[in-house]
Ligand binder design. Structure first.
Ligand SMILES: *[C@@H]1O[C@H](CO)[C@@H](O)[C@H](O)[C@H]1NC(C)=O
Ligand SMILES: *[C@@H]1O[C@H](CO)[C@@H](O)[C@H](O)[C@H]1NC(C)=O
Ligand SMILES: *[C@@H]1O[C@H](CO)[C@@H](O)[C@H](O)[C@H]1NC(C)=O
Ligand SMILES: *[C@@H]1O[C@H](CO)[C@@H](O)[C@H](O)[C@H]1NC(C)=O
Ligand SMILES: *[C@@H]1O[C@H](CO)[C@@H](O)[C@H](O)[C@H]1NC(C)=O
Ligand SMILES: *[C@@H]1O[C@H](CO)[C@@H](O)[C@H](O)[C@H]1NC(C)=O
Ligand SMILES: *[C@@H]1O[C@H](CO)[C@@H](O)[C@H](O)[C@H]1NC(C)=O
Ligand SMILES: *[C@@H]1O[C@H](CO)[C@@H](O)[C@H](O)[C@H]1NC(C)=O
Length: 313
């Protein structure tokens, strides 16, 4: 009896807590895209820096979807944004024992993990990227999800939407553009102004292709994924070309080893690369979040944090 009462009381308490989100304003207030920059409402460019969690459907990654994470990322890592990747499916070579069911097969479980990060980011006053972390195109499911999530959180200026993590190499920009427009329309029905980041061809590599034929809608940015061990000169070139055409680029993932989390992290190489990347991104005011998916990345990110503090301050 007492136990039941206690449980009921606790449940009510929890519900009240969740219903009444304690909202802390994000550092730059409502964001928008002005030309090729992410800016405050008055047009002043800003740079977001933060951490991307590993997707909700991995054995290691799902542990980070906890109440304390947004606060740790904000207070100990000096970040003003956190990326919350809702795991949809699996990349072709994900090892089965490292994976959990994704949103397509287990929506509620993955949604609840995402929700913890979204709500604790709002409570901590940092921006949160709601990332549809798919490796293939699922238009109907994405439209339904973004309709739902923009109804729930579209009123908060903390929210940034990311429509498609890393597009399948088979998706052309024409196909991607039409997919993104469907998703953006679903979001805009409930949220007229928060920034939407769209995926670019070949897993966020071909930003210059998107720049030649951008989406004619407001507050849209384009994603670039940047891993130091994977074609840095090619990526720099593509990025320069896109920026010269006026494309607003948002680096939603980056890392100092391979995108699979393997490969060497040579401290010297890391420093050289990171300084380059940070200069590059800072000069161009590119927003970045860094992928936190294994111990090496975490070590490297600690280094980036000190570098960032030195360079951006
Ligand atoms: C987060 O906090 C809520 C409310 O205090 C609690 O019900 C929930 O279990 C917590 N979740 C995690 C993953 O810690
Ligand atoms: C694993 O993924 C990478 C990057 O997407 C790809 O280049 C590689 O061919 C894949 N390997 C297998 C065995 O599927
Ligand atoms: C997956 O299983 C293989 C074989 O048992 C093991 O070598 C590997 O470490 C496991 N990977 C993870 C991430 O647990
Ligand atoms: C839709 O949002 C509600 C909360 O607003 C959530 O409980 C539910 O899981 C979401 N459904 C899907 C399919 O994402
Ligand atoms: C973009 O949209 C506006 C208003 O909807 C329209 O006037 C303009 O012609 C469009 N531009 C292009 C390049 O399609
Ligand atoms: C990058 O651009 C430079 C200068 O245009 C060119 O020399 C170089 O070959 C390009 N590198 C790659 C990998 O595309
Ligand atoms: C990293 O892992 C990917 C996928 O398993 C593999 O294709 C690649 O060769 C690995 N690279 C290194 C440097 O180990
Ligand atoms: C790294 O740099 C330090 C100082 O410049 C140098 O002494 C060391 O030999 C370098 N290590 C490697 C593996 O290149």
């Amino acid at each position: 009896m007492t136990r039941i009462k206690f449980a009921l009381c606790f449940a009510t308490f929890t519900l009240i807590l969740l219903d009444a989100l304690i909202v802390k304003d994000p550092p730059y207030g409502q964001l928008k895209i002005t030309g090729k920059y992410l800016t405050k409402l008055d047009g002043t460019p800003v740079q977001l820096r933060g951490i991307s969690l590993f997707r909700t459907n991995t054995v290691r990654g799902h542990l980070f979807f906890a109440n304390s994470t947004a606060n740790i990322v904000k207070c100990y890592w000096n970040a003003n944004v956190i990326r919350a990747p809702l795991g949809i499916d699996l990349p072709g070579n994900a090892s089965a024992n490292a994976s959990l069911p994704g949103y397509l097969t287990s929506p509620e479980e993955n949604y609840q993990r995402l929700k913890i990060i979204v709500e604790s980011a709002i409570e901590n006053g940092i921006y949160v990227i709601i990332d549809w972390h798919a490796f293939h195109m699922y238009t109907d499911q994405a439209v339904a999800f973004f309709t739902n999530i923009s109804i729930a959180y579209g009123g908060y200026p903390h929210i940034i939407y990311e429509t498609y993590n890393e597009p399948d190499s088979a998706d052309t920009w024409e196909q991607l553009k039409s997919y993104h427009i469907n998703v953006i329309n679903a979001i805009r029905a409930n949220d007229p102004d928060n920034v939407v980041v769209v995926g670019t061809p070949r897993a966020d590599l071909d930003v210059e292709i998107a720049a030649r034929d951008p989406i004619n809608m407001t507050n849209i940015a384009y994603s670039l994924h940047y891993y130091t061990n994977e074609d840095p000169p090619l990526k720099m070139n593509k990025t320069n070309e896109a920026i010269n055409m006026g494309l607003p680029i948002f680096v939603t993932e980056s890392g100092v080893c391979n995108s699979h989390g393997n490969g060497t992290v040579n401290v010297n190489v890391t420093q050289a690369c990171c300084i380059g990347i940070l200069f590059f991104m800072t000069n161009h005011r590119i927003r970045m979040t860094t992928n936190m998916d294994n111990e090496k990345q975490v070590m490297a990110v600690k280094w980036i944090k000190t570098a960032c503090a030195r360079m951006v301050a």
